[in-house]
Write a protein that binds this ligand. Structure first.
Ligand code: FE2
Length: 361
């Protein structure tokens, strides 16, 4: 493992990025950071798109699209996922991390499966570049008893320290999978593109479901200057994050270089666009920086923080290219596995990158 530095800034690692990112930010929060207390990340009712008439759908696409274009983040309600699922998952994530023996966790240390670094991330080892105060676990589609088109049949023993958790977390994956196409369609429609350009790619597509368990901070970690989760941009098309109960999520406002504290109501989902989306939209939808700092209520020394974001990907052999109608492409076509692993080798080491030319598909 490299030597993580609590004072690192993003530009120290800019060579890995596969879309343009010109701003400079410190990975962990510091006394010198400025916060934007006026900006409000907007909330929309996606029920208007899921169940509305043609006008409702167009209006939603324009409003949601404009908000995402401006800041890369939005909050959605009316998404048809029962909030009781989120309550159950929250409890089961805590149970999973606090009752699974460490030797069982370590049998599933994170390793690359296709594009995704999947498995267990011990505390301070989420990435090679910053000692994040979080334990994590990632599963991609291969880890679930779901239809598999692109890989070998489901083998639970390869992914689960206790198979009882697979159906628990599968219900979340399945509920969110129903939103992959509508959210993408609305974003494309908001840009004036054909909403259905990615329907085929998103059919039984890959994803990364990540569980984050941020334990209460002891004195030494609290004083260390390390953050709960480093500033970063997601590599994906977009991320679906059910509103965490405990605060701490901060979003970079690239209009004024200040951080916005995001508080989403219980039961809502936070949506943010990632590098895949910035690439294919020719920089129209930004891959916005975010991180997890200490909550303003000071609860980080007493209670854990739990979150379970789900990243939406396309399969490794698909091609990412600028969508038609968005002007002269600023980026070349690239194989998804090349794009994804070049970018995330920032976190996992240079040998993580897989070069696969477009012509080999
Ligand atoms: Fe993220």
């Amino acid at each position: 493992m490299a030597n993580p530095d609590i004072d690192a800034v993003n530009q120290d690692f800019i060579r890995y990025d596969q879309v343009e990112k010109n701003h400079t930010y410190r990975l962990a929060e510091s006394q010198s950071d400025e916060f934007d207390t006026d900006y409000e990340i907007q909330t929309f009712d996606i029920g208007r798109y899921l169940h509305g008439n043609k006008t409702d759908r167009q209006n939603f696409a324009e409003e949601f699209g404009a908000a995402v274009q401006e800041i890369g983040f939005s909050v959605l309600v009316g998404h048809d996922v029962d909030a009781s699922i989120y309550d159950e998952i929250n409890d089961r994530v805590e149970e999973f991390f606090t009752t699974t023996p460490m030797h069982d966790k370590m049998r599933f240390r994170a390793a690359r499966q296709g594009s995704v670094s999947q498995g267990y991330f011990p505390i301070k080892e989420t990435s090679d570049i910053h000692p994040d105060l979080v334990e994590g676990w990632v599963w991609c589609r291969r880890a679930f008893d779901m239809p598999q088109q692109r890989s070998s049949p489901y083998k639970p023993e390869s992914f689960w320290p206790d198979e009882k958790y697979e159906p628990v977390f599968r219900q979340l994956a399945t509920a969110h999978e129903a939103l992959f196409k509508p959210i993408t369609q609305a974003m494309f429609q908001g840009l004036g593109c054909d909403p259905h350009l990615y329907d085929e790619k998103l059919t039984q597509t890959n994803f990364g479901l990540r569980l984050n368990y941020y334990p209460p901070l002891g004195e030494a970690d609290n004083a260390s200057g390390a953050g709960r989760l480093l500033g970063h941009e997601d590599v994906d098309l977009f991320t679906i994050l059910p509103a965490p109960r405990v605060g701490g999520l901060q979003v970079w406002n690239h209009h004024n270089n200040k951080w916005v504290r995001l508080h989403a109501p219980p039961g809502s989902i936070i949506i943010n666009t990632g590098d895949y989306m910035q690439r294919i939209t020719n920089d129209r939808l930004p891959s916005t920086t975010h991180r997890v700092g200490k909550p303003v209520d000071g609860s980080h020394t007493d209670v854990p923080r739990i979150s379970f974001p789900m990243a939406v990907y396309i399969w490794e052999d698909e091609i990412l290219e600028v969508l038609p109608g968005l002007g002269e492409p600023r980026y070349d076509a690239v194989k998804a596995i090349t794009f994804h692993t070049r970018s995330t080798s920032k976190f996992y080491g240079d040998d993580y990158a897989v070069e696969s030319p477009v012509e080999s598909s």
